[in-house]
Design a protein around this ligand. Structure first.
Ligand code: HEC
Length: 174
């Protein structure tokens, strides 16, 4: 009788373990994973609030440009304090093609990011000598803020803005 009790006891344990394993397997296969959103901007890209991700990103970038970044204080003053950013894609391409270019950007938008993070990497002729008078934004704007800012700069310089193009900025910023 004692042996029988022990036997059924171990059966219960084996059955319980098997049930737990089966349940874990079921969860693994059938329950969709929850992927955490890494940033608030990612949420916007899905079109939160009925706005497209690009429009939202550009709008946030514009707010940073005119607000926290203070860019308009220098850049929208008729070219006196700082170069115009109107046709930035074309200008940036000219800068890096110029033989006096001293930075390390390989494309126009990399150049823009470089201008923001390390303004003295290349100082636009006519706007200072070795040290740029533009403040560096490294550590002052988050990566998401930089992405939004670049989206806005693309938008206002009439370059095409799409999220696929905005994405690679992450590599450029690092
Ligand atoms: C205190 C004035 C000042 C502020 C504020 C400022 N800039 Fe500048 N910026 C300059 C000057 C001067 C230059 C040209 C010298 C140089 O190349 O660094 C420049 C150059 C640039 C360039 C390269 C332009 C070109 O024609 O090659 C970009 C892009 C740029 N700024 C973007 C920005 C953005 C975006 C902001 C805001 C986050 C900003 N700047 C804030 C003064 C400023």
């Amino acid at each position: 009788m004692k042996g029988f009790a022990l036997k059924s006891y171990s059966k219960i344990i084996v059955f319980s373990l098997a049930s737990i394993l089966a349940f874990m397997l079921f969860v693994e296969i059938f329950v969709p994973k929850i992927v955490p959103r890494s940033s608030p901007l990612d949420a916007l890209e899905t079109g939160a609030g009925g706005e497209t991700g690009i429009a939202a990103l550009v709008r946030i970038g514009e707010a940073i440009y005119n607000g926290k970044g203070g860019c308009s204080l220098c850049h929208d003053q008729g070219g006196e304090r700082a170069p115009s950013l109107e046709y930035l894609e074309a200008t940036a391409s000219e800068r890096i093609a110029d033989e006096s270019y001293s930075g390390s950007a390989e494309g126009p938008w990399q150049y823009v990011v470089e201008s923001l993070l390390e303004p003295s990497a290349f100082v636009v002729p006519g706007y200072g000598t070795e040290e740029s008078t533009m403040p560096g934004y490294s550590g002052k704007l988050s990566e998401d803020e930089l992405r939004a800012l670049v989206a806005y700069l693309k938008f206002r310089s009439k370059a095409s803005v799409d999220l696929l193009q905005v994405e690679p900025l992450q590599e450029e910023v690092e």
